[in-house]
Design a binder for this molecule. Structure first.
Ligand SMILES: CC(C)(COP(=O)(O)OP(=O)(O)OC[C@H]1O[C@@H](n2cnc3c(N)ncnc32)[C@H](O)[C@@H]1OP(=O)(O)O)[C@@H](O)C(=O)NCCC(=O)NCCS
Length: 224
């Protein structure tokens, strides 16, 4: 089971770290790539090579291109690099989960920590495949990862950021109990341009609202 590192306020630079360059300069947060989180109809697990076709298909979506920094156009080699980089992200403290429907094993999306976690604060980021939207998948996955971040990793604050105008993502954060805190001017850099960024936060001491589990596909709400 992953445990928070009690010496997390110190930098570490062992000879082994020096060989790995940047890894020696990040704050230590020991995460276990084999962590599996279950809840709300979902299973969150690390990425596997066989996820490539699903990742490649999902990332053709113009909404993912519009609201995230995934490469666009998204090619097979991008998915290969993403999947091959999963283990390194975990070593860096960037939890990186595939979001799986527990009942069917279907890959619904991606969720994880973005930006290096520090001083008890971590940012969460996600996307859901177009065909899996409207079932509460993003809301359920965000809740599962927040519960883990607070209750097991003992983070103090989980942060959410999105480019201004991403109403869907903002609604997900709101449903999970995040407090909207404002707009950071040109805080984001996407495809050669600075973009304004919305920010919201959920504290360990904040109430976490009751939420439904992932809805079955038959209850999927149409949204265009
Ligand atoms: C935003 C996104 C993650 C939502 O995923 P999802 O699984 O469909 O979201 P949920 O089903 O949990 O929806 C939660 C709420 O948001 C609302 N919502 C979802 N997409 C919406 C949209 N485009 N516009 C307005 N509201 C939206 C839902 O209606 C629901 O509200 P309700 O509880 O009042 O019914 C998904 O559309 C996506 O991946 N978008 C592209 C990538 C992206 O924006 N990532 C986030 C970057 S910060």
């Amino acid at each position: 089971m992953p445990v928070p590192d009690e010496g997390a306020t110190e930098f570490f630079l062992s000879p082994d770290d020096r060989r790995h360059g940047i890894l020696g300069l990040v704050r230590e947060l020991e995460l276990d790539e084999l962590t599996v989180l279950r809840g709300r109809g979902l299973l969150l697990r690390t990425w596997l090579p066989e996820d490539l076709p699903d990742v490649l298909a999902a990332c053709q979506d113009p909404e993912i291109a519009r609201w995230t920094t995934v490469p666009s156009p998204y090619l097979s080699e991008h998915a290969e690099v993403f999947l091959a980089g999963s283990a390194l992200r975990w070593v860096q403290g960037l939890a990186s989960f595939a979001v799986i429907e527990q009942a069917t094993g279907e890959l619904l999306g991606s969720i994880g920590f973005v930006g290096l976690p520090e001083d008890g604060v971590v940012e969460v980021g996600y996307w859901i495949s177009p065909g899996a939207r409207g079932r509460g998948a993003a809301t359920a996955a965000t809740r599962v990862i927040c519960d883990w971040a607070f209750d097991e990793l003992h983070f103090h604050r989980v942060e959410w950021q999105a480019y201004v105008g991403n109403e869907g993502s903002r609604r997900v954060a709101q449903r999970c109990g995040f407090t909207f805190e404002g707009t950071l001017r040109e805080r984001g850099f996407q495809r050669g341009e600075f973009r304004n960024v919305w920010v919201a936060g959920l504290l360990a001491s904040d109430p976490r609202p009751d939420l439904p589990d992932l809805l079955p596909r038959s209850h999927q709400s149409a949204r265009e």
